[in-house]
Design a protein around this ligand. Structure first.
Ligand SMILES: [Zn+2]
Length: 88
């Protein structure tokens, strides 16, 4: 087990996922996040889902999105969750 960096548990890692995806974490937090995602299937899964959601949002350019666009994005996220949950 690596103990070079402070280890995140899931409660610490999950709130930082969006910042991790946006590369807004401090260096030591980035390392702790990478360590945690390496060893935690649950958070790695959340990371994958949220990364995909961010791509969907970016593609939809929803900065000033009307509710209909937001609904499409939420529906797309549900599809992604289902796709990821299905065994390959
Ligand atoms: Zn975790």
């Amino acid at each position: 087990m690596r103990t070079l960096f402070a280890q995140f548990d899931c409660e610490e890692a999950l709130p930082r996922l969006y910042h991790f995806i946006d590369e807004e974490l401090q260096a030591h937090e980035l390392e702790a996040m990478r360590d945690h995602l390496d060893g935690c299937d649950n958070c790695a899964y959340e990371h994958e889902v949220r990364s995909k959601l961010k791509n969907v949002i970016r593609e939809a350019c929803v900065d000033t999105a009307p509710p209909s666009v937001r609904q499409r994005v939420v529906a797309r996220l549900a599809e992604l969750r289902q796709a990821l949950a299905e065994p390959a």
